[in-house]
Design a protein around this ligand. Sequence first.
Ligand code: MSP
Length: 510
Amino acid sequence: MPRFAVTTPLYYVNGLPHLGSAYTTIAADAIARYRRLRGDEVLLITGTDEHGQKIQRTAEARNIPAQQHCDEIAAEFDRLWHLLEIRYDRFSRTTSPRHSQIVREFFQRVWDRGDIYLGHQQGWYCVGCETFYDESELLEDHICSIHHKPTEWRDEPNYFFRLSHYQEKLETLYAERPEFIQPDFRRNEVLNFVKQGLKDFSISRAHVTWGIPLPNDPDQTLYVWFDALLGYITALLEADETASLDNALRKWWPINLHLIGKDILRFHAVYWPAMQMSAGIPVSQQVFGHGFLTKDGRKMGKSLGNVLDPYDLVEQYGTDAVRYYFLKEIELGQDGDFSQTRFVDIVNADLAKNLGNLLNRSLSMLQKYCEYTIPELEIAADHPLRAIAEALPEQVAEAYDRYHFKQAGSLVLTLSQASNKFLETEAPWTLYKQGNRAAVERVLYSVLESVRIAAILLSPIVPDLSLRILVQLGYTLDSIDRLDWAMVTWGGLSAKVLKHSPKPVFQQLS
Ligand code: MSP
């Protein structure tokens, strides 16, 4: 069975999860669900990045121990993932004792390779980014261009990682594996950055106590990125396994896909592969950098006070609506906008009307005209809906394979749109009045079969809605995970008397 391991970033716990974190996680979950549907053995890894000064200060401001703060926020992430139907397999926390062991072993390997040395770090430090900047990278008065907050001058001994040694090796990696960084335009950004020449970067901090102490110098703690990226490895350990790199890397390494936002591309596409090379482990297969969400055309951020609360959004509109909008309306990779009006319009048009209403109307007719019985019949190969439905799986698979959810969703909608039209032109209510029961059955079967196929193809995006549709169609599925790709074959809707009375599967939003 092919294996597929996909990661979300490990989220900072300085605050509650926001819509940006939810966005990456929803997309990763949809990818994982699609791979499961294709029959892969899948590992979806998410988790939290819990060390560093930013988190230490947040806990201090709350007047509680840092670990307690991390535990509380990590639990909030977990709660949100359940609300959003995120079916993750591993939740990696960087404050777990097993993680420190993995980090120490990894550090030792890089140390033994001669890639770590003691140097001196001077520069402007943004606690929000946990990054040093050159003066030229900052706004006036040394303000961080991302957080719009003042940076702090630091001048301290730090250990450095010899990133400069990996310049050529990284360039070879990018040339030999063009799919390593996706989408292509982001790949170009990274290539341009690397071409300017890579500088060693400091991997320890002298004044941060909330972190993993350096094995060779406990006065310093490890830089959050040199710690957090390894959380992807720790996540691979089985529950009862001893924490060692060999154990962790045995089954799932190399990771197939790191899904991240564009702001952290450099860490994943430059630092991380160099660290892996240094530790002598194969490089992850792919890094995909998605775009940023804006609200009503403006960047979404705490400083602008226009962040959307994912809990509120789910509570108000439900999981399917939220997942659908962000995956179907925004091209993964591009920036995307959230506007309430557009959200409500799109979701109503596609899920409530186009798909939900189609099912509801057809089932009501089946109940009225055919004793609520799905007939046993063969639909001709040149039937217009069958022709679309048979061509669809391959096209949709190609879209999902490239993480083009927007395209996958649009393709599936062509089937429900065609079905709606078909219902109007064939008018089963007239056929019924004419006493043509056989024709009524053919029309309703072909529409219901189209809805069934559409539901399965959409299940990575809207798993709950798909499940509700399939249950209405007589499936006794306790979980959407029981689906498999073979079920999208035309003719899979089997003859039976339905049990659940027609009931809208998706409520109109207002
Ligand atoms: N802790 C690091 C990741 C370490 S991975 C080993 C981190 N955490 S984060 O919580 O700040 O960000 C996590 C993810 O949220 C990133 O992929 C980031 O791109 C995403 N988003 C944060 N704000 C966003 C938007 N406004 N829009 C879309 N995603 C954005 O970075």
